[in-house]
Write a protein that binds this ligand. Structure first.
Ligand SMILES: CC(C)(COP(=O)(O)OP(=O)(O)OC[C@H]1O[C@@H](n2cnc3c(N)ncnc32)[C@H](O)[C@@H]1OP(=O)(O)O)[C@@H](O)C(=O)NCCC(=O)NCCS
Length: 164
């Protein structure tokens, strides 16, 4: 089984909508920390108007035997935070593709990219009940702490990045 990781482009929007609507309720809730029925506007904006200076939108596809993109597997996004030194990330994998090592590969790509951008930290907001993301964060050496704004409902996972 071959997978391809590449930057998302505006032409991916129809595939993104399709993939979103196939996500389970639990996966959507874990990704967006709320019950959402459509891709949130800020994410659509990132897809429609890439801003390479302040964001990376990564997509993963399964390739068929001919090397064509056959199935969307996951998406991950890194956005520069307002403090100028951190990046915030979010990630989602199609339900059937979870727990197969792809999330770890995508977050490692975000870490490498954040480091190359000179960011000092990569940070994610994760529901305290989201064992999958908290497990992945710990697996990749992120620190896990309560969120100052959202109390014990949300955890902040932070990876301090060394220079490239
Ligand atoms: C969270 C998510 C991105 C993890 O990606 P994934 O591809 O499923 O995770 P991986 O297979 O790469 O896991 C790597 C390691 O992380 C840890 N991990 C992953 N899922 C876990 C789980 N459910 N419970 C505990 N640890 C887990 C394990 O240490 C795992 O290694 P192992 O499988 O050898 O034990 C994915 O499950 C997902 O899309 N979930 C729904 C959306 C979401 O929660 N997004 C995060 C909000 S920012």
């Amino acid at each position: 089984m071959k997978t391809l990781f590449r930057e998302a482009v505006p032409e991916d929007e129809p595939v993104a909508h399709d993939a979103f609507h196939r996500l389970s309720e639990e996966t959507r809730h874990n990704r967006f920390m709320a019950a959402v029925n459509e891709i949130p506007e800020d994410i659509l904006d990132s897809l429609r108007r890439p801003e390479p200076e302040r964001a990376l939108f990564l997509a993963c596809f399964r390739l068929d035997d001919a090397g064509r993109e056959a199935e969307p597997v996951g998406a991950a996004r890194l956005v520069h935070a307002g403090d100028g030194t951190s990046g915030d990330f979010g990630i989602v994998l199609a339900d059937a593709w979870q727990r197969r090592g792809i999330g770890a590969r995508m977050v490692r790509l975000l870490i490498d990219n954040a480091r190359a951008r000179g960011l000092a930290k990569l940070r994610g907001h994760v529901l305290a009940t989201n064992d999958g993301m908290l497990g992945l964060a710990r697996f990749l050496g992120f620190e896990v702490a309560d969120s100052a704004e959202e109390g014990s409902r949300v955890k902040v996972v932070t990876k301090t990045l060394s220079a490239p």
